[in-house]
Design a binder for this molecule. Structure first.
Ligand SMILES: Nc1nc2c(c(=O)[nH]1)N[C@H]1C(S)=C(S)[C@@H](COP(=O)(O)OP(=O)(O)OC[C@H]3O[C@@H](n4cnc5c(N)ncnc54)[C@H](O)[C@@H]3O)O[C@H]1N2
Ligand code: MOO
Length: 388
């Protein structure tokens, strides 16, 4: 059985190259920049008032009196020059007029016809200097674009960005026992659930998905459905990965030309995971047990999708927490236990860890990682976990 780390590395090495594309900023949320963005201007592009008040030639003393000679608003600059004893009525965001180096807060003044009298001191100059946020030529490096990045790029006057094309993931389930939700299962059938989680996980990671029909447990049926996956960047199957007589994914994928393949990872749940390259795509054969399939998607599919889109650290992020209970030693497979991390930061693995229990997975907010051969642990020990 292959160690989890090695399986992750082997799977990332299967990644096909994704082309770059230029898209409008308004469509770029969640996309990965493929080319750095360069600011086209300074922000602010002029010394700007941070407050509503009066622009003055220098910081005034209480009691000082100034004549108001004009007005500066956001988008409406005052074009004259301020001299001693003069003030310009100014509003937040307006360019500070020439000759001024201070904005006094309007709350610190008393108006009196065409004059103002200073009643209190200001705590600062209330001026945002030109370029205080960014300067022309400043760059945003490659990253997944969050809403705040979009605002930053917009303010740089950049209307289009170059991103990686979205990876296309084809998803299919195998098994004679499966019917889709809403259909009428026979007494010996269950409802296909894995592909719904895998689809949602892949899409949240930036992928486009193609949900293929359920493949029945015959070689021709599976071959036919797998053929529909041609053209995808990643092909994900669930079920039929183990050693049973009806577990056909490995032989069929091989007959279709699976390359660079491997099978079985020292992982619980998820041991029968298989991977390779098929039709030019990365191929992941996930185990059928629902928790195994979702866990393998978390550990292998999502890092692969992040890597393909340019994430320099695509692996799951490990955090640490104190264990709330004692645990016996772990066996020969890394155990990713469904667990709950409390707001206080303590982690408690669920008592029931059967890989068929979706209710337990749905209650969990963490996967607690127990390495291969991890010795017995006591309450209070620090352990690694991954957020769900
Ligand atoms: N003799 C052995 N038997 C098994 C071994 C083993 O090493 N030796 N490994 C076990 C482990 S671990 C796992 S995990 C499973 C994985 O088996 P398969 O990948 O072949 O999965 P299936 O047999 O097709 O299904 C397992 C289970 O999951 C249900 N299933 C399948 N697909 C879906 C789906 N899309 N949605 C919901 N549920 C699904 C299926 O009905 C089965 O109950 O093998 C063990 N056996
Ligand atoms: O490894 Mo299986 O994935 O435990 O249920």
């Amino acid at each position: 059985m292959m160690p989890v780390d090695e399986a992750m590395a082997r799977i990332m090495a299967l990644a096909p190259e994704l082309a770059h594309e230029e898209i409008p900023l308004a469509a770029a949320a969640g996309r990965w920049l493929a080319r750095a963005v360069t600011a086209e201007r300074d922000q602010p592009p002029f010394d700007a008032s941070a407050m509503d008040g009066y622009a003055l030639a220098c910081a005034p003393e209480p009691g000082a009196r100034f004549r108001v000679i004009g007005e500066a608003g956001a988008g409406h600059a005052f074009t004259g020059v301020i001299g001693e004893g003069q003030a310009v009525r100014i509003f937040t965001g307006a360019p500070v007029p020439d000759g001024a180096n201070h904005v006094t807060l309007q709350e610190n003044t008393a108006p009196d016809g065409a004059f103002i009298t200073i009643t209190d001191r200001d705590s600062g100059s209330n001026i945002r200097p030109r370029g205080q946020d960014f300067r022309i030529g400043d760059q945003i490096g490659l990253r997944r674009l969050r809403p705040s990045d979009l605002a930053l790029i917009a303010s740089m006057n950049v209307a289009k960005v170059t991103v990686r094309r979205r990876p296309v993931v084809a998803i299919l389930s195998t098994g004679d026992e499966l019917v889709m939700p809403g259909e009428s299962p026979r007494a010996d059938q269950i409802i296909a659930s894995n592909s719904f989680a895998i689809k949602a996980m892949a899409e949240a990671e930036g992928a486009e998905t193609r949900l293929l029909p359920i493949a029945r447990d015959t070689e021709p049926a599976l071959r036919q459905v797998l053929e529909l996956a041609r053209g995808a960047d990643v092909i994900v199957t669930s079920g039929g990965a183990s050693v049973g007589d009806h577990d056909l994914v490995a032989p069929v994928a091989k007959s279709l030309g699976l390359e660079a393949g491997f099978w079985k990872v020292a992982l619980r749940p998820g041991k029968p995971l298989m991977a390779g390259r098929l039709f030019g795509a990365a191929f992941l054969g996930l185990p059928g047990n629902p928790v195994s399939a979702i866990l393998c998607a978390e550990l292998f599919l999502l890092p692969l999708l992040r890597h393909m889109q340019g994430d320099p650290s695509p692996r799951p992020r490990l955090q640490q927490a104190r264990l709330a209970t004692d645990l016996p030693e772990n066996g020969p497979r890394a155990h990713y236990m469904r667990a709950k991390v409390s707001p206080g930061g303590e982690i408690t693995p669920f008592g029931r860890q059967d890989s068929a229990l979706l209710t337990v997975l749905a209650e969990a907010n963490a996967l607690m990682v127990r390495p291969v051969g991890d010795p017995a642990r006591q309450a209070g020990d620090l352990v690694d976990w991954i957020a769900l």
